[in-house]
Design a protein around this ligand. Sequence first.
Ligand SMILES: Cc1ncc(COP(=O)(O)O)c(C=O)c1O
Length: 408
Amino acid sequence: MVSKIAKWMAEHPSSIREIMSLVAEYKKHPEKFPRELIYLAGGWPQDMPPGILINKLKEVITSEDLIRMSASYSPTIGYPDLLEAIVQYEKEVFSRSVEPEEIVFGLGSSEQTGALFISLLDPGDELILTAPGYLNYERQARLELLGNVNIRYWRVIKDGVFSPDLDELQSLITKKTKAVVITTPGNPDGQVWTDEIIDGLSDLAEEKDFYILIDVAYRAFIFYEKPKYFSRKRREKEIYICTLSKELRIPGWRASYVLLPYDLARYLNTIEQARTLAPCSLVQTTLIKLFNDKNALSEVKKFYEEGTKKYEKAAKLTVDYLSRIPQLKILEPQGGFYVFFDVSYYEKSSRKLCNELLQKYQVALTPGIDFNGFEGWIRLSFAPVVESQEKLIEGLERMIKFFEEKRR
Ligand SMILES: Cc1ncc(COP(=O)(O)O)c(C=O)c1O
């Protein structure tokens, strides 16, 4: 016997995790596949973390005092020294002024988003997600509220154009709306939300009394001038979700923090006491060393600037190749790891198209249907091949052949 929610989760597995099983299968039995699998589905960076971070980790593990600190439990929301150090990181790297009291450190943003849902929503409340939008929020919200949440979708791409409309959002808001979640730069769409729309959203949130969860997982990968909300002071109803997984290339370390109102920080603390007890102290001790060192922070900043150029180059190359395929409608990315495009001319079912491409040409992409039901579109992630342009080109050339065959 298992619970209803356990059954629901099993019936709605994360498609990214499913694709990862395929990669594991390929690694174990490459002979079963006619050619090398080109994996353009997962959104995690494959390049190395900055050298300075590794040096700091080495310093920690060779100091008896620091090993002692990193082997013990920290306070639930992170060591006070870490919260102070994050203030420096925000200031030096993102030019944002934050107070330690508005920071809660945690074990990755997936975990922290779940805790935020618990702190903001009662059973039966409403949550607004974007369509398309990051695929895990819905599963997380349903899990945390044991299925008892109403989710409404705000369609932010219309006629192939990214155009979030606040009037449309307003029509979705009811007295039960507690939060709106957005991602900028977007996953799966690579779009950077403008100041105008974020400020309008914040005005609306203040007027109607709901929170905006702004997931900035890809903030260190913006190809053009960054809008001001990445550096200005946090407004009353804004909660910034800042994972270190992507920017520091450490998804396996499980490290993130949220910037939120003081009173909410206190609630998150007591919720996390029962969920995680504490984040990882070894990671925290390393980050304290990194973020408290001004020279190290300028190295990190340089690492981000160079990284952005590398990712932008891969994004441009991808768009350039995909543009050679007639009838694909491509949303040009402004940041992040992804190119999102409309394949509905060829096939209405994005899952069917992805399966066909995988079977015939061994290129793995992610169907749009998994991003809050955005059917007819597909996401290509260049992150797994950002270090090997040849592999990216090989994958894109296979795609060109695949669509050529489909046109015949
Ligand atoms: C928008 C977005 N938020 C959060 C996450 C997960 O972050 P974390 O590793 O901090 O759990 C991802 C991972 O792909 C993501 O794309």
